[in-house]
Write a protein that binds this ligand. Structure first.
Ligand code: C5P
Length: 242
C-alpha cells in the first residue's frame, strides 16, 4: 500500500443536506475519509465538500468522470480546488482523458501547494455482467475487461482502482503493490446485501489486499451510524477512533 491511512471510508449517499451533516457529525473522530457521490453532489452542490472538509474529514469525490480530456481536466481542477483527496475517472474514457486528469490533478495541486489527490480508475461497473459488457462491445468477459482496463490505467499513471473485493487479488497481481485498491460492497457477515451482489466482510476485503473499504448504507441507514461504524471497525480489527 502506498499510503498509511485509516482504511475505512464512509459513503455519504444521502439525499438531504441536514441528514448528511447529522450523520457526518456523529462520525467525527471515528473515520478519516468520507465519500461524496453523484447523489449528494447534485443535490447539495460542491459546497457540501467544503462543509465536510471544514468538519475535519478527508474527501473522496466519487463523481466518475468520463468526457473529453479538456472537460475532465477542468472538472478535476475544480475538485482539487474543493480540497478532494481522492477522485474517480472512468478508464474507458481513454488514454488522453486519463493523462489529462493526472496532469490536471498534479498541476492544480502544485499551484495550490497541496498534495496531489489520488486519481482512481473505475474499470467495469460492478452493476455490469458479461452480457452487458458484450452489448457495450468489449470483447472479453467482465472479469477479463476489468484486468485489461486496470493494466491500461496503470500504464497511464493512475494511482489506483475501485474494485469489488472479489476482483482485488486479480487486479493486485496485475498492478503491483503500489496501486491503491478501493473496495465497495462491504457488509458484515449475515447483513443484508441490498443491491450489492459481490459483497465481502471487512476482514475478507482487507486480507484480499484492499487498501480502503467503502461502507455506505450499513452505516448511513443504521439508526445509530456511530454504533454501526464501531461494529465495522471492530470486524476489520481496527481501533474505535482515528
Ligand atoms: O451503501 P453501499 O455500502 O452499498 O455503498 C457503496 C458505495 O460504493 C456507493 O457509494 C457506490 O456508489 C460505491 N460504488 C459501488 N460499486 C462500484 C463503485 C462504487 O458500490 N463499483
Amino acid at each position: 500500500m502506498s499510503e498509511d491511512r485509516d482504511p475505512i471510508i464512509v459513503a455519504l449517499d444521502v439525499d438531504e443536506r441536514d441528514k448528511l451533516l447529522r450523520i457526518a457529525g456523529s462520525l467525527q473522530g471515528r473515520v478519516d475519509t468520507v465519500k461524496v457521490g453523484l447523489e449528494a453532489y447534485t443535490r447539495m452542490g460542491p459546497r457540501i465538500l467544503d462543509e465536510l472538509k471544514e468538519m475535519g474529514f478527508r474527501i473522496f469525490a466519487d463523481l466518475k468522470f468520463n468526457d473529453i480530456p479538456n472537460t475532465v481536466s477542468g472538472a478535476v481542477k475544480g475538485l482539487v480546488r474543493r480540497g478532494a483527496s481522492m477522485l474517480t475517472v472512468h478508464i474507458s474514457g481513454g488514454r488522453g482523458m486519463l493523462e489529462a486528469s493526472l496532469d490536471a490533478a498534479e498541476s492544480e495541486a502544485d499551484a495550490m501547494g497541496v498534495a496531489t489527490p489520488l486519481v482512481l480508475g473505475v474499470t467495469v461497473l460492478t452493476s455490469l455482467d458479461d452480457t452487458a459488457v458484450a452489448e457495450i462491445g468489449w470483447s472479453g468477459s467482465a472479469a477479463d475487461t476489468v484486468i485489461s482496463l486496470a493494466r491500461m490505467g496503470l500504464g497511464c499513471g493512475l494511482h489506483g482502482f475501485v474494485a469489488s473485493a472479489r476482483e482485488v487479488p486479480g487486479i493486485r497481481a496485475c498492478v503491483g503493490s503500489d496501486a491503491v485498491l478501493v473496495t465497495p460492497g462491504i457488509r458484515l457477515q449475515d447483513a443484508e446485501a441490498q443491491d450489492q451482489v459481490r459483497t465481502a466482510s471487512p476482514a475478507v476485503a482487507l486480507s484480499a489486499g484492499a487498501d480502503y473499504l467503502v461502507v455506505g448504507r450499513p452505516v448511513t441507514a443504521h439508526a445509530d451510524p456511530a454504533e454501526a461504524l464501531r461494529e465495522i471497525r471492530r470486524a476489520a480489527g481496527l481501533p474505535e477512533g482515528v
